[in-house]
Design a protein around this ligand. Structure first.
Ligand code: FES
Length: 432
């Protein structure tokens, strides 16, 4: 992008003042902001000054805006030189801003740039007929219809060198031109055939329904499904362990396990005097029993070698400490077994009282229970299966009934948390 400098002194006007109409407009802009925050109006005022000055911003206009807003001149100059929407030098009747950022560049902006260069000369200069000047700028936010240019206030998109030339011919000749896509695209619709989001299951609710069902299963909504999922997971873990019996790497950010170096069992196995965990050693004692040696993989030493009862006790204590398998967490399958034994209904009966249902919807017109936040199509159907068809039925649930339904749907506590009863009461009232 070219350097952003003020126009040469020869081109600068001697003064600038808003026209009475624009001065009124500027005051209106400034009044939008609270006392002490008038500087916030700097961009609209610069924009209006540029418009009044034939499409470019002279130094005197920048200073006039600064004075009006009580800002140092340099601060307003910083704003004007930062944004390419402010032209700092005279522009043609049609000021072309060409986007040269990556999406436009990869779609042909480089060819457009060459076209402009060939037709108008270097950027920043007004064409001999006074009609055009051009500037390469950064992304103008129409990337999906790249490549594009902004001419004065309008965007022209999906351009080619040919269509840009035609557009410029028409503008210069005063012929009407088409704003937006030059290839007939509506807004930013796909350029060719539509090939995304075409799967009808995305829109008919079945995909979301399937997802919910699986979610409910894995959350325990369907115990059989849950057990099956867990069984599969356990089988796959076992298979992985069989195929890949490698121990975990100790250097992967975890603490490294190292064997205890002075435990009584080790000392006994090594033929040394065992020392109890409390630190009180018994001097002159024998090594461990054969049992200990077995367990720690040390050479066997005869039981008779343990000279005192205290030594034996120390060794046995330590054996217990070091050789008992650590307590294992309860296998998840055990929990499944409990669940598998109980049907959702049995579980619900243990939790509360089943609400009284009705055989079919009144007047054959069930309420859409999915209007209650927290109830999706699957649970809507499950509630219907329980004989719950209407908002007023849910609105009348007692605490034991809420507990029953919560356990049945495997949503303990959720009905209260989401206030299904309150929501249903409101919906029933609206219907009412
Ligand atoms: S990259 Fe050109 S409009 Fe965004």
């Amino acid at each position: 992008m070219a350097n952003r400098r003020l126009a040469p002194a020869a081109e600068q006007p001697e003064s600038f003042a808003f026209s009475p109409e624009n001065a009124d407009w500027a005051r209106g802009q400034i009044e939008k902001y609270p006392e002490g925050r008038q500087a916030s109006a700097v961009i609209p005022l610069l924009w209006k000054a540029q418009e009044q000055n034939g499409g470019w911003l002279p130094q005197k206009a920048i200073e006039a805006v600064a004075d009006q807003l009580g800002m140092p001149h340099i601060r307003v100059l910083e704003v004007a030189t930062f944004y390419t929407m402010f032209a700092l030098e005279p522009v043609g009747r049609f000021w072309i801003q060409l986007c040269g950022t990556v999406p436009c560049d990869s779609c042909g902006a480089r060819e457009l740039k060459q076209t402009l260069h060939d037709r108008l000369g270097p950027q920043g200069h007004v064409s001999a007929d006074g009609n055009f000047s051009w500037l390469e700028v950064e992304c103008l936010g129409a990337c999906c219809n790249a490549p594009m240019v902004q001419i004065n206030q309008d965007y022209y998109e999906d351009l080619t060198p040919q269509s840009l030339n035609t557009l410029m011919d028409d503008l210069a000749a005063g012929r009407p031109v088409k704003i937006g896509s030059q290839t007939g695209r509506t807004s930013s619709e796909p350029k060719d055939s539509i090939n995304t989001l075409t799967d009808p299951t995305l829109f008919d609710g079945s995909r979301v329904g399937a997802w919910r069902k699986r979610f409910e299963q894995t959350q325990g909504g369907d115990d059989k499904g849950d057990a099956a999922v867990k069984k599969d997971e356990a089988a796959s873990t076992e298979a992985r362990a069989k195929d890949d019996p490698k121990p975990a790497q100790p250097d992967a950010g975890r603490a490294t396990e190292s064997p205890a170096v002075d435990a009584p069992a080790q000392r006994a196995a090594g033929g040394e005097t065992p020392v109890k965990a409390d630190g009180k050693g018994t001097p002159g004692v024998s090594p461990a029993s054969p049992q200990v040696a077995d367990q720690v993989g040390a050479p066997k030493i005869s039981d008779g070698a343990a000279k005192t009862a205290a030594d034996k006790e120390a060794v046995e204590d330590d054996v217990t400490l070091r050789t008992e398998p650590p307590q294992q967490p309860v296998a998840s399958g055990a929990d499944d077994a409990v669940h598998e034994e109980q049907s959702p209904e049995e579980r619900a009966n243990a939790a509360g009282t089943r609400p009284t249902g009705i055989e079919a919807a009144r007047d054959n017109r069930p309420d859409d229970l999915t209007k209650i936040k927290g109830i999706g199509p699957v649970n809507n159907r499950r509630l219907n299966d329980l004989g719950v068809w209407h908002f007023d039925q849910i609105a009348a649930w007692s605490a034991p009934e809420i507990a029953w339904v919560g356990a049945y749907l495997a949503f303990p506590g959720r009905i209260d948390r989401e206030d299904w009863v309150g929501q249903a009461a409101v919906l029933a009232g609206k219907k009412g």
